[in-house]
Write a protein that binds this ligand. Structure first.
Ligand code: ADP
Ligand code: MG
Length: 240
């Protein structure tokens, strides 16, 4: 579904990503882990063209997406969330979701207003924010803002969904619920997922495959069990 081919990204003298290559299979949950500053968020920015890679290319369903605009990539079915949860703070929960639907309106103008409204309600139900539908987003707790950000992304109807540290700032119970939600996004909606996450319990329980970054380089790739037993990974990250 996704092919990341030799991606590098330089910021002046800094090598934030160094020749990173991997693939993602349809239906999988791929985890990206590594210490702070390893280049994980930069990788998402390069895949979704929030900024282009300095070198290398990304293919989505066989089509080269490097060089497109972020909104074009979203229209193709690849959507992301941000490390610092991004919602529209002054809009209601419902309005936040319908804003995400603008992408669908462009992609499929045949949808009626009623169909979109019904879909928006289904999404709010799915991510668990229905009871706050008229609440202004800035008044939600962080956990619910993250759910809402996931709902906005789902409103674009992605095939591939990139999440950047969704459990950051969540307590163990909220994290457990988030893990459950991500599983449902895969099983009920059939969405493929790439997840950047520091919560190792969540990562190891959810992911089919894990890619480990350190100083911009891919230092390991494998199943959760392989990664947990990899001496290089333990030294660079898990041991700490
Ligand atoms: P991670 O998400 O793994 O914590 P990042 O991808 O955010 O790491 O950052 C990787 C490196 O690239 C860091 O050293 C960071 O300071 C640098 N970096 C990221 N984005 C920018 C930017 N827009 N301009 C300059 N340096 C950046
Ligand atoms: Mg990051």
């Amino acid at each position: 579904m996704l092919e990341v081919k030799g991606i590098s990204r330089f910021f002046k003298g800094l090598v934030a990503l160094d020749d990173v290559t991997f693939t993602v299979k349809q239906g999988d949950i791929l985890g990206i882990i590594g210490p702070n500053g390893a280049g994980k968020s930069t990788l998402f920015n390069c895949i979704t063209c929030f900024f282009p890679p300095s070198k290398g290319e990304v293919y989505f369903e066989g089509k080269k997406i490097t060089g497109l605009n972020p909104f074009q990539i979203t229209e193709l079915g690849l959507t992301r969330t941000f490390q610092h949860t991004q919602v529209f703070p002054k809009l209601s929960v419902y309005e936040n979701i319908t804003t995400g639907q603008y992408v669908m309106k462009r992609k499929d103008p045949s949808r009626t207003k009623r169909q979109l409204e019904q879909k928006a309600h289904e999404i709010m139900e799915f991510v668990g924010v229905s009871e706050y539908k008229d609440t202004t987003a800035e008044n939600l707790s962080l956990g619910y803002q993250t759910r809402l950000a996931i709902g906005i992304a789902l409103a674009t109807e992605p095939k591939l969904f990139l999440l950047d540290e969704p459990a950051a700032g969540m307590n163990p119970e909220e994290t457990k619920q988030l893990v459950h939600l991500l599983r449902e996004i895969r099983t009920k909606l059939g969405v493929t997922i790439i997840l950047i996450e520091h919560d190792m319990k969540a990562v190891m329980g959810l992911c089919d495959k894990i890619v480990v970054l350190e100083y911009g380089k891919k230092i390991a790739e494998g199943t959760p069990q392989e990664i947990q037993e990899n001496p290089r990974v333990i030294e660079a990250y898990l041991g700490s």
